[in-house]
Design a protein around this ligand. Structure first.
Ligand code: CIR
Length: 256
C-alpha cells in the first residue's frame, strides 16, 4: 500500500516539453493544470497524502517527477536523467526527499550512469529496469548495487521501441502486468498473468495501481473494461495534455 505521493505542478513552459509526437500539437497550459488538479483529486480518493511541489519554469518536462527519483519503502534513489534538458531537474527533488528519508538512505546515480525513473518498474522487492535511450547499462548497474544494499533485486530489460519501460508495461499487483507491443511475449515477463493492451489503445498501458484501485487514462474503453473484468476497481482521469509530450499517469508522480 502507498501512503505518500509527490507530484509537481506543470509550468507554462510545458508547451516546450520533449515530444516524439508533434502531430498531437503542443500541450495547453490551462488544460494541463486542470488535468493535473483532477489527477491529484483522483489520487486522494485512493487514500494517500499528496505533496504538491511548485512548478519549475526552466524545465518544461518537470511535472514528470517520476523520472528524477525512484522511491522505495526503504530508500530513495535520485536518478541522472538521460535527456540534457531534464538532467538538472534532480536538484529540485532532494530537499523534498529529505523530509521522508534519512540522508544515508538517499542515493544518487552518477555520471557516466544515466537513468530515468520511467524505466523502473517495481514488482514487490524486484525492480525491472529498461535500458533505453535515457537509461544506460552503467546507470542500471549503479541502481542495482544500491538496491542490493536494502535486500532488493533488479534486472535489466532491453527496449526496442518505446521511450521508457513503463510506456509499454506496468505492474498492477496480484502478479498481473498490463502489457503492449514489444512486451507481450518478452521472456522477462513470462511468469506473470498478463492483460494484453490492444495496439490502438497502447497509450493506456501506462496505468497505475494505487491502494487497490487502478487509475486508467480517460478515453481508452477497451483497456478500462479489461482491467475491470480482471476484478479491479478502476478510476479514470484525463491525461490527454500530457500525452502530447509522451507523458502518462505514472510519470506524473512518485508513489511510496
Ligand atoms: C520526456 O521526454 O522526458 C517527457 N516529455 C516525457 C516523460 C515521460 N515520463 C515517463 O514516462 N516516466
Amino acid at each position: 500500500m502507498f501512503k505518500n505521493i509527490i507530484v509537481r505542478k506543470p509550468s507554462k513552459s510545458i508547451s516546450e516539453g520533449i515530444t516524439s509526437a508533434p502531430q498531437l500539437g503542443k500541450p495547453n497550459y490551462e488544460n494541463a493544470l486542470i488535468q493535473h488538479n483532477n489527477y491529484i483529486e483522483t489520487l486522494k480518493k485512493c487514500g494517500v497524502t499528496v505533496e504538491v511541489l511548485d512548478e519549475l519554469a526552466d524545465f518544461p518536462d518537470s511535472c514528470f517527477v517520476e523520472d528524477v527519483a525512484v522511491v522505495t519503502a526503504k530508500c530513495a534513489i535520485v536518478t541522472n536523467p538521460g535527456a540534457s534538458s531534464r538532467n538538472k531537474e534532480t536538484l529540485y527533488i532532494v530537499d523534498t526527499l529529505k523530509k521522508y528519508f534519512d540522508e544515508n538512505d538517499i542515493h544518487y546515480i552518477k555520471f557516466p550512469g544515466t537513468l530515468d525513473g520511467g524505466d523502473v518498474m517495481m514488482v514487490g522487492n524486484h525492480f525491472y529496469v529498461g535500458q533505453s535511450a535515457r537509461t544506460n547499462s552503467e546507470g542500471i548497474k549503479q541502481f542495482i548495487e544500491i538496491l542490493n544494499k536494502y535486500g532488493f533485486s533488479g534486472s535489466e530489460v532491453t527496449l526496442e521501441e518505446v521511450l521508457h519501460l513503463k510506456t509499454g508495461v506496468n505492474y498492477i499487483e496480484n502478479n498481473t502486468l498490463l502489457v503492449s507491443g514489444e512486451f507481450i511475449n518478452k521472456e522477462d515477463f513470462k511468469d506473470f498473468k498478463k492483460i494484453i493492451v490492444p495496439e490502438d489503445e497502447a497509450y493506456a498501458s501506462n496505468c497505475i495501481w494505487v491502494n487497490n484501485y487502478v487509475i486508467v487514462p480517460s478515453g481508452y474503453p477497451k483497456v478500462k473494461k479489461l482491467i475491470e473484468d480482471a476484478g479491479y476497481k478502476v478510476i479514470c482521469t484525463d491525461t490527454s495534455e500530457f500525452r502530447k509530450i509522451d507523458g502518462g499517469l505514472s510519470c506524473l508522480s512518485l508513489r511510496f
